[in-house]
Design a protein around this ligand. Structure first.
Ligand SMILES: *Cc1c(COP(=O)(O)O)cnc(C)c1O
Ligand SMILES: [Zn+2]
Length: 559
């Protein structure tokens, strides 16, 4: 049985936990959090962990449920930590890891929150709850409430995509659509709960929710330790401790995730399991970025955004209330940042992550990745930093925003073809999908990894016949034998570098006119730039490959 207490953040008064009592009995504050006996847990927990399944209940001594009831569990938590190798190469930051929260039972990291909160409510004998949601909380609460036999009243804005609303309803909850902003929806939900005396979920002030989110921190440290090995403690002799990232990046709406994550780190520090808190990066959608704007102005309280202007409804909390001050403190302490990105940047990031990593994310998670790109470009995140991005949710309704026309090819078999010789008919139909000859591109780079990456980027965007050369001499031989439509050329190669390849090609009339894109990881000197001037069509730094401009360039050059 877990023992813990609830401590008021304002007056320090400590009480036992009853989910239905929302205020501190001494000062009436609603800002309270769970505290545990860290010393005694630190003694026993690490040895226990080895024997437990990898889900969030492995940390049960640190969760506010007295006797975890596994009958409502769906294996929540314990999501994979995936190294983003292709993305790392493109961005010049090899140590990027994706915490794949899509793999939770309802495909978002809200499953942590719902699993713990519903378990605590069930333990307290509560049978009905009201929650306001930007979509994912309600989906997850709805699923867990179904298992626990608890009735959920889900209040959502009418802007929540219809697929998400139907999913909430599917689990048997009552969906209440409110025409208005999310902040207004929260007020309506509160009014309803008060009138009927039903338990109300209070977002970041819900003790169980913050506690649930801290399991992200525990898991990430355990996983990084098994991938990268232990670290050594700063104090405490040479004690081996858990590994931890340099950065934790998350898309933020109400801010519950990073607050819980930070609490997880404080607890691990108290237990001597880690050294330092990672820098926290909270990313908001530009059309609803009250925390970012207020932080950049140095404000202590956030100025609410009254009418959010973003398609990314999941992140449309216009008034963060006190969460801003709490999160600001954590971000400043950790040398982290608040940053915002546009909807377009988020949609582009979704597309990049899907194409490069095979991971289909929702636009809210796209905001976190777009933030990663921005912070790397700005030099805030350094090339050798270890970064964990919370891939907070799975794509459902946003594909229409990111796929242009021409994303599919149709194969139609004629009646006759189907009857007679199906094989021939099929071949003829397949030939119609694509012309006989695709534009030919040759990639010249000494690194096989980089060639693979450029090939992958090109192939994901169009049909090309691609060949590769691993050095300058081989390239020239191949190009002279059969001139391609385009050359993608690296500059730094052993023996014969890209400059010399260019000199040879430009001297021969047969090859002088072939367009060349130079792709290089090197910072060019003025001298080198002037050597390239007039010789090539375009210069791409390797970190630029993420940009659509690279492909536009390719298309325009081979036309
Ligand atoms: C809720 C949610 C967020 C924002 O989480 P907070 O920590 O509460 O701000 C981000 N991404 C997804 C997919 C979400 O469901
Ligand atoms: Zn108090």
């Amino acid at each position: 049985m877990t023992s813990f207490a609830i401590k008021c953040l304002d007056c320090g008064h400590t009480t036992p936990y009853f989910p239905s009592s929302a205020n501190c009995p001494r000062c009436n504050s609603m800002w309270r959090q769970a505290v545990y006996d860290y010393d005694s847990i630190a003694e026993k927990l690490p040895a226990q962990l080895a024997k437990r399944p990898f889900d969030l209940w492995r940390y049960r001594e640190l969760l506010p449920v007295r006797n975890p009831n596994m009958s409502i569990s769906m294996g929540e938590g314990g999501t994979p930590l995936i190294r983003a190798i292709n993305l790392g190469m493109m961005l010049g930051c090899p140590n990027i890891y994706i915490k794949d929260e899509r793999q939770g039972p309802t495909n978002s990291f809200k499953d942590r929150q719902a699993a713990i909160t519903i378990a605590a409510l069930k333990e307290a004998g509560i049978t009905e709850l009201v929650a306001a949601s930007t979509g994912n909380v309600a989906i997850s609460y709805s699923a867990y409430a179904a298992r626990a036999g608890i009735k959920l009243w889900a209040f959502v804005t009418s802007l929540v995509p219809a697929v998400k609303m139907r999913e909430i309803a599917l689990y048997g909850s009552q969906v209440v659509k409110v025409t208005g902003s999310y902040d207004q929806v929260k007020k309506v939900a509160e009014e309803f709960a008060n009138q009927r005396n039903i338990y109300l979920d209070r977002g970041a002030r819900t003790i169980t929710s913050i506690e649930a989110m801290k399991t992200l921190a525990f898991e990430i440290c355990e996983q990084l330790t098994s991938i990268l090995g232990h670290k050594t403690s700063n104090g405490n002799g040479n004690k081996k401790i858990w590994n931890s990232p340099d950065w934790y990046i998350q898309a933020v709406s109400g801010g519950m995730g990073p607050l819980g994550f930070a609490k997880g780190f404080h607890e691990m520090k108290l237990m001597g399991l880690v050294n330092d808190m990672p820098a926290l990066a909270a990313i908001q959608a530009e059309g609803c970025a009250p925390m970012v704007e207020s932080w950049k102005k140095g404000l202590e309280t956030a100025i609410p955004v009254v009418s959010p202007r973003t398609h990314i409804e999941t992140l449309a909390t216009g008034d963060p209330g006190r969460t801003y001050a709490l999160l600001r403190h954590e971000i400043d302490e950790s040398n982290g940042v608040f940053e915002s990105v546009t909807d377009e940047e988020a949609f582009r990031a979704m597309h990049v992550i899907a194409k490069m990593e095979g991971i289909s994310i929702e636009s809210a998670a796209g905001v976190a990745f777009a933030g990663l790109f921005k912070l790397i470009r700005a030099g805030v995140i350094q090339p050798d930093d270890t970064i964990v991005v919370n891939c907070s949710g799975h794509t459902m309704p946003a594909e229409q925003f990111i796929l242009g026309d021409g994303w599919s090819s149709e194969v139609e078999l004629s009646e006759r073809a189907r009857e007679a010789t199906p094989q021939d008919g099929l071949l003829a139909a397949l030939n119609r999908i694509a012309p006989d000859r695709f534009p030919r591109i040759i990639i010249v780079d000494d690194s096989a990894e980089v060639r693979r990456l450029i090939r992958r980027i090109l192939q994901s965007q169009g049909n090309f016949e691609i060949s590769e050369a691993s050095n300058g001499l081989q390239a020239i031989e191949m190009i002279q034998k059969e001139p391609p439509d385009l050359i993608v050329l690296d500059l730094m190669m052993p023996e014969m570098d890209g400059f010399s390849v260019l000199d040879v090609l430009k001297n021969e009339p047969e090859t002088a006119q072939i367009p060349v894109i130079v792709a290089t990881a090197k910072e060019l000197t003025t001298d080198e730039k002037s050597r390239l001037h007039g010789q090539i069509q375009s210069l791409m730094q390797k970190g630029d490959f993420l940009n659509d401009e690279f492909l536009d360039e390719v298309r325009s050059l081979i036309r």
